[in-house]
Design a protein around this ligand. Structure first.
Ligand SMILES: *Cc1c(COP(=O)(O)O)cnc(C)c1O
Length: 368
């Protein structure tokens, strides 16, 4: 008996829906012909890349014809020094998305369960489902990960728990005490992944990075990225920190040359540009206050955020508002894919971008 192509596809992949990225400037330009366009949809750094990164990339152009270092030795050495871990505890990925996928590849098969929060980053379920694993989404509490409920959801079959801290798309975070108690309560046969894509932005005394616990819990993986505060989303560099054992397995399934030499050199330059980092954080803090005040003035509620985006309640006209903003050249992020169809997520921009966005939003609301 012959099988059709869909019947040949792995079960988990059959049901998969592809990730829906924020609309790009190019795409909107093609669709609606509007200009100028401001993208506040994917939590990118509104300052553009650092000058040091530009210079580093230019100096590397002669190397375009040779393969990059398959192991990112120089970036790893810089990171291990900065983070106080060994090179062997690091995995460098093509964006932190790739390291998240490597974790799924190393650990998951189709009898396994994966736990995450109901309003968590979409890639956790995509990577897990692709491996055939069963998804267990746990309700959150006031838009925050409910770590107690997540611990209660652990079964014999649980293999991985994904936690974003801070979380996207809510911008909420888990406290030091909650995190510690949770890590202590999780049995060792369960891998805990702490996705810290936005940790640099957090300014709360009661926040603690999972890196603090990396030596104590051999089942812990912390992931980070150069896509957000370091302004390198286009170059695709992220990393995982874990025990040498876990990092070793992840590096076995990782492709050699998964990160380009340009990306490695850019990440190194970005790590060395403290001024850019501080300016980015300051721009974000001011912009966040500006956006919060602006939406409050429009009588809209929002989820308090410690990251570089604000998720705003706009009601059941969210899709209309989104479309009307597009026509005015502002791209924000609708969240129906996250079960939050009455919300829009706005990435913090420059002062001028935030101001322009708030004016456009007011006009749209007035016209409804
Ligand atoms: C943006 C983001 C990432 C980063 O993805 P990259 O592949 O590093 O660009 C990871 N996790 C979350 C929750 C994010 O929002």
């Amino acid at each position: 008996m012959t099988k059709s192509i869909p019947e040949l596809v792995n079960t988990g992949i059959h049901k998969l829906r592809a990730y829906e990225p924020g609309k790009s400037i190019d795409e909107l330009g093609r669709e609606l012909g509007v200009s100028p366009i401001v993208k506040m949809a994917s939590n990118e750094n509104p300052l553009g890349p650092s000058q040091k990164v530009r210079a580093a990339i230019e100096s590397h152009l002669d190397n375009l014809c040779v393969y990059p270092d398959a192991d990112c030795y120089h970036l790893k050495t810089l990171l291990s020094d900065k983070l106080q871990v060994n090179n062997n505890q690091l995995v460098i990925g093509n964006g932190s998305n790739e390291v998240l996928e490597l974790i799924a590849k190393v650990f998951l098969r189709d009898s396994d369960e994966v736990i995450f929060s109901e309003h968590a980053f979409a890639m956790y379920s995509i990577f897990s489902e692709a491996m055939g694993a069963t998804l267990v989404a746990v309700k959150d509490r006031n838009w925050c990960h409910d770590l107690d409920a997540m611990a209660d959801a652990i079964s014999e079959k649980t293999k991985i728990i994904f936690i974003a801290n801070p979380n996207n798309p809510t911008g909420t975070w888990v406290s030091k005490g909650e995190l510690k108690a949770f890590l202590k309560s999780v049995p060792e046969h369960v891998i805990v992944v702490l996705d810290e894509a936005y940790f640099e932005y957090v300014d709360q005394e009661n926040y603690q990075s999972g890196l603090h616990y990396i030596d104590r819990f051999p089942n812990l993986v912390v992931t980070r990225t150069f896509s957000k505060v370091y302004g390198l989303a286009n170059l695709r560099v992220g990393y995982a920190v874990a025990s040498e054992t876990i990092a070793g397995y992840m590096n076995r399934v990782r492709q050699p040359f998964n990160v380009s030499g340009i990306s490695e050199i850019a990440a190194i330059a970005a790590l060395g540009d403290q001024e850019y980092l501080l300016k980015s954080l300051e721009t974000n803090a001011l912009g966040m206050a500006q956006l919060q005040m602006g939406v409050e003035a429009l009588n809209l509620d929002y989820i308090p955020s410690v990251a570089n985006f604000l998720t705003v309640h706009v009601g059941d006209v969210a899709q209309d508002i989104y479309q009307a903003l597009l026509r005015k050249g502002y791209i924000v992020r609708p969240l129906s894919g996250y079960g939050m169809s009455n919300y829009l997520r706005i990435s913090v921009g420059t002062e001028a971008q935030n101001q322009g966005f708030l004016v456009a939003l007011k006009e749209v609301l007035d016209s409804l």
